[in-house]
Design a protein. Sequence first.
Length: 240
Amino acid sequence: METAGTAARRARERSWYHTLELAPDLVTDGWFDLRPHVARYGLPARMDGLRALDVGTWDGFWAFEMERRGADVVALDLDDERDLDWPPRRRPERFATEPRGEGFRLAREILGSRVERVNRSVYTATPEELGTFDVVLCGSVLIHLRDQLLALERIAGLVKPGGLFVSAEEYDRLSGLIPVPLARYRADRESAVVFWQPSIRTWKRMLHFAGFDRVERRAKFRMRSREGWSVRHVVLHGRR
């Protein structure tokens, strides 16, 4: 294992998706800083004795946050960029050689965390393989998936009866002006890969269809990037 100083130096030198407080004098320069929005997600203040799952963990912000609250946490994500959903005309010719989980593993080491990271697609995540969870959180992930409904069905199967699913996703404001559940096709836009951009009404219906009996809107906010642009997000809670 490398020294604390070497690990800290590596953390300062690498690119991060999440802003993470790894030590009092070590905060990563992430693309997105979720710290101002934590309360909007509505997680239990204490999660002692609870088993939690972070779907699409990337650098692990929510996995480490739930662990800090006392939960036993599993973090789910894919290591290889080639396994992500890519529209055929947007698929890169070359992919990064570094596994996507390297930032998570470095942060885990510096934090002394015990979060278990599992290299698996949400499409193949089953209770037989992972067990079930009291809390499942999926933030800014479903919007990038080709099959959002399949992912939601898999997630519903991982939530214990009476458990909580926290979803925070981009939504389409224009589709929400029409009083029927709609989603906007966005796979050919030039920014981050997004296949379908549902309205808030559509996200709620999709959660219900996937198996959540009680679905409620918790909050809306704008997630601002390091470069200054922002994305509208809605937080929904689903319970079985």
